[in-house]
Design a protein around this ligand. Structure first.
Ligand code: NAP
Ligand code: GCO
Length: 264
């Protein structure tokens, strides 16, 4: 039974895994035996991440690659194949958010979020699926969101992208399940990373950010999640333990989606 969750000999590509959720997921997959490849756009992020992985005893391979650039992605996947082997596990983690009221958001700003958060996972999945078909197995994990199910003010582009990513997950499941490729999503709740730092900033008087208090009241676990909370679910969906789980979005949210919220 223990081997069900092992990833020895597997090659995992985690996009955007220089820090935050991607870094924690890559660390988890490495702890289960996977060889780790990751990418990001900024060289200084890459260099620091390589040092951080080494500090944890992980010899990760890092690539400067923008997930929205199909040529860069195809070249990166080919280089991973040469250096580590064909990708067995893909985690589409790279993503951004822009918090702007929709009527004030430019088309370019909306498009940038869609390109990175939805088109990027399409481009990277398209690049690795042929190798997975050739191998006769594959795991694709798309990092969705509460916004795959819910909306809120100022995140129209992000919610549109993450809602689309939920359906891309189900479509990859539908189209490639017969090749023993499982495509599932992880839907994190509110996780303490650089992406959500603005929502947790202390106020001038030292009090908690109103959104911080709001999320704690909306979460049965009464806390923000940490990237480490996603490690076990990622190992599960990357391993043989989930070979008959397909097209599923696993929400790792401390119960937010089940809860009306604490009475003020
Ligand atoms: P983060 O701290 O902002 O990290 C994002 C990572 O993605 C960085 O390494 C960034 O590095 C990379 N990246 C951004 N755009 C990229 C691109 N075009 N190509 C390649 N790499 C790119 O974000 P996070 O909070 O860890 O979130 C990671 C994922 O989880 C995102 O998809 C996010 O939407 C999702 N998520 C987050 C939360 C949360 O509460 N934090 C909850 C649910 C879902 P570079 O800037 O160097 O490229
Ligand atoms: C926001 C947050 C959320 C989280 C996450 C929740 O502004 O509402 O950034 O979108 O990032 O996606 O699951």
């Amino acid at each position: 039974m223990n081997n069900l969750f092992r990833l020895d000999g597997k090659v995992a590509l985690v996009t955007g895994a220089a820090y935050g959720i991607g870094f924690a997921i890559a660390e988890a997959l490495a702890s289960a035996g996977a060889k780790i490849a990751f990418n990001c756009r900024e060289e200084h992020h890459l260099e620091k991440a390589l040092a951080d992985y080494r500090a944890k005893g992980i010899e990760a391979r890092g690539y400067l690659c923008d997930v929205t650039d199909e040529e860069q992605v195809q070249a990166m996947v080919a280089q991973i194949r040469e250096e580590l082997g064909a990708v067995d596990i893909l985690v589409n983690n790279a993503g951004i958010i822009k918090r702007i009221p929709m009527h004030e958001m430019s088309r370019e700003e909306f498009q940038q979020v869609i390109d990175i958060d939805l088109v990027g996972p399409f481009i990277v999945s398209k690049a690795v699926i042929p190798g997975m078909i050739e191998k006769g197995h594959g795991k694709i994990i798309n990092i969705c969101s509460m916004m795959s199910e819910l909306g809120r003010e100022t995140v129209s582009a992000y919610a549109s992208a993450k809602g689309g990513l939920k359906m891309l997950t189900r479509n990859i499941c539908s189209e490639y399940g017969e090749h023993n490729i499982q495509c599932n999503g992880i839907g994190p709740g509110y996780i303490a990373t650089p992406q959500t730092a603005p929502l947790r900033e202390r106020q001038a008087d030292g009090s908690r950010h109103p959104f911080d208090s709001f999320i704690v009241a909306k979460t049965p676990a009464a806390r923000w999640g940490t990237p480490e909370d996603l490690m076990g679910p990622a190992i599960f969906l990357a391993s043989e333990a989930s070979n008959f789980v397909n097209g599923h979005i696993l929400y790792v949210d401390g119960g937010i989606l089940a809860y009306i919220g604490k009475q003020p």
